[in-house]
Design a protein. Structure first.
Ligand SMILES: Cc1cc2nc3c(=O)[nH]c(=O)nc-3n(C[C@H](O)[C@H](O)[C@H](O)COP(=O)(O)O)c2cc1C
Length: 202
């Protein structure tokens, strides 16, 4: 299967990079084809221009390629830290420019954009790995877990990806080497469950 892996973290020595690498290694070991984008490394331009907004707009080649890949993906893996309850701006811009009308969703005939769109992504599962420095209970009850809502409801649910899975690793700043090693083991296990060797996506 073809799996897209999208990473948004500026530091190659970060735990987020280690997560992405562990996920890629496990996907490849399971026989999948991986399309990997380290958005900072490729200097992805996150600014959606006015000309690009309309469905059917002419797109720059780099964006066209991103769109083609995400439309063809059987599975999607996203890796990023919690920054102010949101993805880093570079990834928000990737969503703005790539998860676009005609590629990831469309409105039904007679609907000018006010209704509930139809999801177009063919991927059957999306797996989001997040890191943060906030304990789970506080993130959930004090902040309302905004990242869960964004990825599950606002993005993948809306775009027709039926299987949504998310794993949050916390608290990074006080974590030990052993803890981080175990977390990377969890990443590999998650990949094995969702994108197994037998070519199925759960
Ligand atoms: C700009 C910025 C905003 C952040 N906002 C939050 C936040 O809202 N909640 C939180 O728990 N951690 C926040 N953090 C901490 C990061 O989530 C944390 O450094 C990261 O998950 C650690 O992973 P890493 O070692 O891969 O960088 C923020 C960090 C930065 C740089």
């Amino acid at each position: 299967m073809q799996i897209s892996v999208i990473l948004a973290h500026p530091d190659p020595a970060s735990f987020n990079h280690a997560i992405a690498q562990a996920a890629i290694d496990a996907l490849k070991a399971n026989g999948h084809t991986v399309f990997f984008h380290d958005l900072y490394q490729e200097k992805f331009n996150p600014l959606l221009s006015g000309k690009e907004i309309a469905k059917g707009a002419t797109l720059p080649v780099a964006i066209k390629n991103h769109c083609k890949e995400i439309a063809a993906a059987d599975g999607i893996v996203i890796v990023h830290p919690n920054w102010w309850g949101q993805p880093p701006a570079i990834l928000k811009g990737w969503v703005d420019r790539v998860i676009r009308p005609g590629v990831a969703y469309e409105f039904r005939e007679g609907d000018n954009g006010e209704g509930v769109p139809k999801g177009l992504l063919k991927a059957r599962a999306a797996l989001v790995f997040n890191t943060s420095n906030t304990a789970t209970q506080r993130e959930k009850y004090f902040f309302g877990d905004p990242l869960g809502t964004i990825w599950k409801n606002c993005i993948f649910g809306l775009c027709g990806v039926a299987g949504f899975h998310r794993r949050m690793f916390n608290v990074i700043v006080t974590s030990s080497d052993i803890e981080r090693k175990n977390w990377l083991h969890t990443v590999r296990q998650d990949i094995d469950i969702l994108f197994s060797k037998d070519d199925t996506v759960r």
